[in-house]
Design a protein around this ligand. Structure first.
Ligand code: PGA
Length: 256
C-alpha cells in the first residue's frame, strides 16, 4: 500500500445471500468496520438484495456495489439491469469483467470495455477485473494476458483518474484457497501501475489496484503491504462479517 491512495476493501458476495440474510450481513459489516476510517469499504450483494441492503447501509460508511451491469440504458434485454437502475437504488460501484463472467457468460474484452464505458458515462465507479488462468501462468503468459485485458479499457477510465479501480485476480487463486505469493501479486500489480503511468502520473497515483483470489485475514497483511496493492476484492471471506472486517482492520493498521 502507498499513503497516496486510500485502501479499498470490497466484498463480492457472488450468488450468495438473498435480501433477508444480506441485510443482516451488511449491517454486521457496517458495525464491525465503522471504526476503520482510513479504509473505503464496499459490499456487492446479488441484484435481488441491493434495494434492502441499500436501506440497511443508510448512514454507514459502507458503499454499495453491483456485480454486473448491462451497458445500455433500457430496452429489450431480458434479464439484464441498466446503469440508471443501479444508480437509482444507491449503487456507487459495479464489478465488471469478473473472471466468472468472462468464462461462464462469454464476456470478451470488448464487452467488458463497453460496460466500463457505460459505467463511466453513468457515473458508477467500475471495479474492473483482470487475471490469468493457470494454463496461461504456466505458459509464462501472465503479463501478456493481463496487459491485453487492461488495454481494452485503460483509455476509457483515463477520463477521470482514480474514479475506477482495477482488481488483479489470478483465476487459479479464486475460491481455491491457493493464494498468489506476495511477489507473484506485486509483479503483476507493478506492471499494471506502469501501464497506468504510461497514460499519465495522475492515473498511476490515484488508481487503486486491488488483489483478489483467496484473500483472507490469514494472508491479507503480507499482500496489503506490497507497494502496488491498494486493497482487496474478497469473495469467500466476505460472506462472514468477522473475516471481512478483519481484512479491513489489517488495511486500517497498515494505512495508519
Ligand atoms: P475468493 O473470490 O476470495 O473467494 O477467491 C474472489 C473473487 O472472485 O472476487
Amino acid at each position: 500500500m502507498n499513503q497516496a491512495r486510500r485502501p479499498l476493501i470490497a466484498g463480492n458476495w457472488k450468488m450468495n445471500h438473498g435480501a433477508a440474510s444480506g441485510v443482516q450481513l451488511a449491517s454486521d459489516v457496517a458495525r464491525t468496520t465503522a471504526a476503520f476510517g482510513s479504509v473505503d469499504v464496499v459490499v456487492a450483494p446479488p441484484f435481488s438484495a441491493l434495494w434492502k441492503v441499500a436501506d440497511a447501509l443508510q448512514g454507514s460508511r459502507v458503499e454499495l456495489s453491483a456485480q454486473n451491469m448491462h451497458p445500455k440504458a433500457s430496452g429489450a434485454f431480458t434479464g439484464e439491469v441498466a446503469p440508471g437502475m443501479l444508480l437509482e437504488i444507491g449503487c456507487k460501484w459495479v464489478i465488471l469483467g469478473h473472471s466468472e463472467r468472462r468464462a461462464m457468460f462469454g464476456e470478451s474484452d470488448a464487452v467488458v470495455a463497453e460496460k466500463v464505458k457505460a459505467a463511466m458515462d453513468a457515473g458508477i465507479r467500475p471495479i474492473v477485473c483482470v487475471g490469468e488462468t493457470l494454463d496461461e501462468r504456466e505458459r509464462g503468459d501472465t503479463l501478456n494476458v493481463v496487459k491485453r485485458q487492461l488495454n481494452a479499457f485503460l483509455s476509457i477510465i483515463a477520463d477521470k483518474p482514480g474514479f475506477a479501480a482495477i482488481a488483479y485476480e489470478p483465476v487459479w487463486a479464486i475460491g481455491t484457497g491457493k493464494v498468489a505469493t506476495t511477489a507473484e501479486a506485486q509483479e503483476v500489480h507493478a506492471m499494471i501501475r506502469a501501464s497506468l503511468a504510461a497514460i499519465g502520473p495522475a492515473m498511476a497515483e490515484k488508481t487503486r489496484i486491488l488483489y483478489g483470489g483467496s484473500l483472507s485475514p490469514k494472508n491479507a497483511d503480507g499482500l496489503l503491504r506490497e507497494p502496488d496493492i491498494d486493497g482487496g476484492l474478497i469473495g469467500g471471506a466476505s460472506l462472514k462479517a468477522e473475516d471481512f472486517s478483519k481484512v479491513a482492520e489489517t488495511a486500517q493498521k497498515i494505512a495508519g
